[in-house]
Design a protein around this ligand. Structure first.
Ligand code: UT7
Length: 329
């Protein structure tokens, strides 16, 4: 019997309508379009407006579109993995909220918190349930409402992040396509450089934490930049070497969209030419858990069955890694 691999059967995304442009940010903080574009590659990002709408709002829309386009009944979904750093609530899991709203009544699920590497962690986790033969249909969702934890008076962070979500359907594959290999790491000593200080059990919300703006993302951009450049390329290289792949064998590099300069450096580090590097950072910014599924969604029509895709990510934690998959359709 041939080995079962987990392959992506479909991908869909959702971004909110509101577009926050660089010129609008120029009116909010001391910045300018030239600085943002040259330092990050970002021109605009989407913001979810509307009272009471959490990250699940975007995830539900992404999943509904995915189920429709893959002609999948929600009742056949067995597992929902939700990768997010901005869950609707501390508990219960956003995975449960989304599953119920889309009608996945026969599924179990949970959230994965690995900051910008979350979707990669979720994709590899969900794949294990398929490869083991235990499950047949697994949804992996990645998305964030970053605008809910961004200080729009802090120019170091507000120019970077945006809102959005994407989802993939994983199914068993016996043609040799799907997830081939992955290499993941995490290192908690990265906490000081990228975190949100309050709102967890160590420092619950109080008037003081609000006054001190401790419910917003803090990032030491320079330090994170250095770690991201080194580690994304290293992780991708590990996967390539283990699978005897060179840049010529890669159809597309699918990098987390944090900064165009990090993406360019990663591509150079692994020897993948510009035309094979997928990028949409200019229109969405960094949507954290949303970047990779949104990238797959935007470029889905380019992929051919058997194409070698190399995913690489880096995020708060620190967390980082890479995955090699063969596109299945
Ligand atoms: O996805 C999760 C992981 N996150 C990342 O991978 C993000 C990694 N970091 C980065 O992408 C970059 O470090 C940033 C985009 C955040 C910042 O770019 P940078 O080239 O590292 O800028 P910097 O922080 O070194 O600042 C350079 C200068 C400073 O001025 P001086 O000290 O040279 O006079 C900053 O004050 O640019 C200034 N600056 C700005 N100027 C205009 C910082 N932010 C802004 C801004 N507009 N928004």
């Amino acid at each position: 019997m041939s080995k079962i691999t987990a392959s992506i059967k479909g991908v869909h995304g959702y971004v909110p309508d509101y577009i926050l442009t660089n010129s609008e940010l120029e009116k909010m903080v001391d910045t300018n379009d030239e600085w943002i574009t040259s330092r990050t590659g970002i021109k605009e990002r989407r913001i979810l407006k509307g009272e009471g709408l959490g990250a699940s709002h975007m995830m539900v829309k992404a999943v509904e579109g995915l189920l429709a386009k893959t002609n999948t009944s929600a009742a056949d979904i067995e597992m929902v993995i939700c990768c997010t750093s901005t869950p609707d609530l501390v508990f219960p899991a956003t995975a449960n909220i989304v599953a119920t709203q889309v009608g996945a009544v026969n599924a179990f699920g949970y959230d994965i918190q690995a900051a910008c590497s979350g979707f990669l962690y979720g994709l590899t986790t969900g794949s294990q349930f398929i490869e083991s033969g235990r499950l047949k249909k697994v949804l992996v969702i990645g998305g964030d409402k970053m605008s809910s934890i961004i200080d729009y008076t802090d120019r170091a962070t507000c120019i970077i992040f945006g809102d959005g979500a994407g989802a993939v359907l994983l199914e068993a594959n016996e043609e040799g396509n799907g997830l081939m290999d992955f290499w993941l790491r995490s290192d908690g000593s990265g906490e000081p450089y990228l975190h949100m200080t309050a709102g967890g059990s160590r420092k619950p919300a109080s008037h003081e934490t609000v006054d001190l703006k401790e419910h917003f993302v803090y990032q030491d951009g320079k330090t994170v930049f250095k770690f991201a450049v080194t580690n994304m390329a290293y992780a991708a290289t590990q996967v390539m070497q283990r699978n005897n792949l060179t840049g010529d064998d890669i159809a597309y590099l699918v990098p987390h969209q944090a900064n165009k300069r990090i993406i360019d450096a990663t591509a150079r580090g692994v020897g993948v030419p510009d035309e094979k590097v997928l990028m949409n950072i200019e229109k969405y910014g960094n949507t954290t858990n949303g970047t990779i599924p949104l990238l797959l969604w935007d470029f889905e029509s380019k992929f051919k069955k058997g194409d070698n895709l190399l995913i690489a990510a880096f995020g708060g934690g620190f967390t980082w890694g890479a995955a090699y998959l063969k596109w299945a359709y």
